[in-house]
Write a protein that binds this ligand. Structure first.
Ligand code: HEC
Length: 203
């Protein structure tokens, strides 16, 4: 009797463990910063622990140049998951769930012992976020489409995107990327300005 009872307990525990496992698998989001139920995006909490793909430096022009002289006034640093870099290097494509976080930073320029006009980042301005979607999810959403989810976040709120319609707010500015993309790139990947990310280029 004791043995039977033990067997039943083991069976029940095993079943509970297996159910837990399959639930966990089902709930596992395809990207770390997407609410799977609604398709809402956020800036991933830990993105600064990810590798950077590259940095865009914005030089002073026009009034800024007249006022502040030569130098930089803004940096855009782009981060992605380590697994995205590994996958891109292997296949030449961004994987489903790839997250690209473009962090906007104000910058100042000053004379330093390394040179007369050296720029450094100062304060955070906000983020642009993209999530690769190879499956065409959330068809009714105006922030999902053309192979990606698109979101702009002000620095006060990492959890709510201010983007309402990516076709109006994002696409027009990303059309030039198509002409700059490598010929081998997948159609959806041509929206990305990969020319600025040496780590993704074939060595
Ligand atoms: C004013 C034009 C403009 C608008 C509007 C714009 N982008 Fe971009 N985006 C660019 C350019 C140019 C780059 C690369 C150079 C830079 O950042 O200065 C870029 C880069 C990015 C990157 C880094 C990956 C890449 O493509 O190289 C992300 C992420 C991004 N944009 C997301 C968005 C999202 C999401 C929207 C809409 C909410 C958006 N962008 C709207 C012009 C724009």
């Amino acid at each position: 009797m004791k043995h039977m009872l033990f067997g039943v307990v083991v069976l029940v525990c095993g079943a509970v463990w297996l159910t837990g496992l399959s639930n966990a698998e089902q709930e596992k989001p395809f990207a770390p910063n997407v609410d799977v139920a609604t398709g809402a995006l956020r800036v991933p909490n830990n993105y600064t622990e990810w590798p950077t793909l590259g940095t865009w430096a914005h030089a002073n022009t026009d009034e800024k140049l007249e006022k502040n002289g030569p130098g930089l006034h803004e940096y855009h640093t782009v981060y992605t998951q380590p697994s995205t870099i590994a996958h891109y290097k292997k296949t030449g494509q961004f994987p489903d769930g790839a997250v690209l976080v473009k962090e906007l930073l104000n910058a100042e320029t000053m004379a330093m012992s390394t040179g007369p006009a050296v720029g450094h980042a100062t304060t955070l301005k906000g983020w642009f976020v993209l999530v690769r979607d190879t499956k065409g999810r959330y068809k009714d959403s105006k922030v999902w489409g053309d192979g990606w989810a698109w979101g702009l976040f002000n620095k006060e709120d990492m959890t709510h995107s201010v983007t309402k319609n990516y076709k109006v707010e994002c696409i027009p500015c990303h059309i030039p990327a198509k002409g700059l993309a490598p010929a081998h790139a997948a159609e959806a990947d041509k929206w990305i300005y990969t020319l600025g990310y040496p780590i993704l280029q074939k060595q």
